[in-house]
Design a protein around this ligand. Sequence first.
Ligand code: CP
Ligand code: NVA
Length: 320
Amino acid sequence: THPLLGRDLLTLADWNDTELFDVLETAAELKLRQQRRKAHPLLANRTLAMIFEKPSTRTRVGFESAMVQLGGHGIYLSPRDTQIGRGETIGDTARVLSRMCDAIMARVNDHATLVELAQAADVPVINGLSDWLHPVQALADALTIREYFGSCQGVKLVYLGDPNNVSNSLLELAPRLGMDFAIGTPFVANVDQHLLAQSRLQAAANDTKIVVTNDPLEAVKDADVLYTDVWVSMGQVVAEGHLEALQPFQINAELLAAARAGAKVMHCLPMHRGEEISADVADGERSIVFDQAENRLHTHKAVLVATIAGLALRRTKRLA
Ligand code: CP
Ligand code: NVA
């Protein structure tokens, strides 16, 4: 069995480089099986409890479809409709779900809720987005970059806009996969200092570069991928002038022209055309946002089979 059996995924730092690599390989193989409509019931009769304190399209549908395609079932739980909403503790909820389900996935307002869930649960707990991190998004992003560039090694990824859960997880992941990573933001001081320090250590070990700058043109220089996210995250309270300060960091034709020729554009979605990304770029030929969204499904499957069943797969040769 794979060492990820029974393990949590609260942050990408929970897993070592080999484990991350194995999950991406597994995702690529499961994607191929799905595309060929080859059944892969690796989690037959297993259930995943899915707690959502915030709205979701991709995370919910991606995990629920993943469980069904793996032969199991995902159970959507909103605090409004469960006893959590009437005061049952997170710890008791985790204990009960552990007796009935094979894993718990949760999207929470406060990252501490995930830590509390994981402490009380006997089954794997997977972070489906917290105020601090969005690890399953970063895994799907890495799979997408591998598909377009052959490998993450040597790719320069640039995140533009508001430092948030998505940029935090990219900061954790990029240097570990051999990518150069830049953040272009007017809010340089809001970049998580702990994660930045960790990321710089990883970058030094892997001979990659990390840049944080308030100059959008400096950020996008030599970029292979421009990445952005909403300017106001769910539950975020912003200061006056927040949106105005972000304007120069919009991914538009002009900023794209300052990146490497053929650079790709990514967004974790949902996107707001005319804010963090211009409509022409969002819907243009450089945009790979829907491949990215699809890859949530395949990476979720890989995370689930690894943590619930201790399975990792090798890629079979693509048929000619
Ligand atoms: N990117 C992402 O997590 O999307 P949802 O909020 O729709 O789940
Ligand atoms: N940063 C965004 C991501 C949504 C998928 C948010 O937290 O709202």
